[in-house]
Write a protein that binds this ligand. Structure first.
Ligand code: AAL
Length: 420
């Protein structure tokens, strides 16, 4: 009996030892994290990132060693927004927002934007007659300027469709593309009734001149994915049986860029049953590609092509496409670049003394180059909320930042720097 008890005790001790061994192994593998094999552990790299001991790499050090781009030529500091003058200055009772890019025609800058009048009531009342969002009941207007400060409003470019059309409720958040001496406006469209589960689509209009007349596509050129399922019939956009693709609810903020002999329509997706993610909304970008500016646009199989961001702000540079990612997600406030327009990597993080402007209308007359890939951000348009009922278009500007030098000291190239 005693012998048997001894045997059992020994067995238990052995099992415990194995158990502890397992615990040790898993603990040390947690401490070690991912393997170091793919990391560049050259002395130069370790020195650059101030890593003392390559045998003990923290998770943060491993991430630093796997950063793909560590130069400083994409960095920008944004100044505070400035008000515009003339017809685009703040106006009582008016929403002017989401400016398009600016192009220069007939010796003037042109911009298109969403315009609506009157108070925003929200979704609590009579949605058939109320204005539910500031961008509800909008038409697309345009304005011109000689200097980008003082603007003359020229009138409506594209108005809402007639009752029953896919755009009968609101047309808004527009972008301009000039290609082969023709002009294309792409924009968001809503069909009545506008409630919180209404799907949002993208429309297109084209013209031979920037002053119109504009011909509208009879159907949307892009639709939300049709694979989400609402739960119940209550108007609650967070209740779903199935969320569906990243763009199952809304396709927003379209912007078409001619690229590699095709047309890349970048857009923001909103998903049915949207969640919060990293303290922001769950917003991602996608791209749809066409052979002709008028479509058909086919969504990329790689969508979504961002894990963060909000309004689309993209420009061609270095034979690829750059994207300013703002507002939502873990990679908000970064500038990213994709050689193929699809696979974006971070090139810079924006300093947040002034967040990067929202809803940027880029100045397409500024051409980014290899030496100054973010030159297009030198100045352009954005918008601000004066309040929930009134919004106005503003001007932003930014400057490149390559070094951090005390006043009177020398910069990394040995030049004395009086301006810092
Ligand atoms: C913006 C944009 C789109 C939305 C609304 C107006 O942030 O993403 O344009 O529909 O808000």
């Amino acid at each position: 009996m005693i012998v048997r008890l001894k045997k059992i005790c020994l067995l238990l001790i052995a099992l415990l030892a194995i158990g502890c061994g397992d615990a040790n192994t898993s603990k040390s593998s947690i401490e070690k994290g991912q393997s170091n094999e793919s990391l560049d552990l050259s002395q130069e790299k370790l020195d650059r990132f101030g890593i003392t001991n390559k045998e003990y790499l923290s998770a943060a050090s491993k991430r630093a060693l796997s950063w793909k781009y560590v130069d400083n030529d994409w960095f920008r500091i944004f100044n505070q927004l400035q008000p515009l003058k003339g017809d685009l200055a703040y106006e009582e009772g008016i929403v002017r927002r989401d400016p398009s890019a600016m192009i220069q025609e007939n010796g003037k800058y042109y911009v298109w934007y969403s315009k609506s009048i009157g108070e925003t009531q929200g979704f609590g009342g009579d949605i058939e007659n109320d204005k539910v969002f500031p961008w509800d009941r909008c038409d697309i207007w345009y304005a011109t300027s000689e200097d980008g400060w003082t603007w003359k409003e020229q009138g409506v470019a594209v108005s809402r469709g007639s009752k029953g059309a896919y755009d009968d409720r609101s047309v808004f958040t527009v972008e301009i593309m000039k290609y082969d001496d023709k002009y294309y406006l792409c924009y968001q469209a809503i069909k009545s009734p506008y409630n919180v589960r209404t799907k949002n689509t993208i429309g297109l209009a084209w013209s031979d001149t920037p002053d119109g007349p504009w011909t509208k596509s009879e159907e949307p050129v892009l639709m939300p994915a049709d694979n989400g399922i609402w739960k119940g019939t209550e108007q609650n956009r967070f209740m779903v049986e199935k969320k569906g693709d990243f763009d199952s609810h809304k396709v927003h903020d379209p912007c078409i860029i001619p690229f590699r002999d095709k047309f890349y329509l970048y857009y923001k997706g909103e998903q049915m049953g949207e969640e919060m993610l990293f303290g922001g909304r769950q917003i991602r970008h996608g791209v749809a590609i066409a052979d002709d500016p008028k479509g058909p646009y086919v969504k990329s199989k790689y969508n979504p092509i961002s894990n963060s961001g909000h309004e689309i702000c993209v420009w061609p540079v270095n034979d690829g496409i750059a994207s300013l990612i703002t507002t939502d997600g873990p990679e908000r406030n970064t500038i990213q670049w994709a050689p193929d327009g699809i696979n974006f990597e971070i090139r810079a993080a924006i300093q947040t003394n002034n967040n990067p402007p929202h809803a940027i209308g880029l100045n397409r007359t500024l051409v980014s180059t290899e030496d100054d890939p973010t030159k297009i951000l030198e100045w352009g348009l954005s918008h601000m909320y004066n309040n929930w009922h009134e919004q106005s278009i503003m001007r932003f500007d930014s400057y490149m930042k390559k070094s951090h030098v005390a006043r009177g000291a020398k910069d990394p190239k040995g030049n004395s720097n009086e301006t810092q």
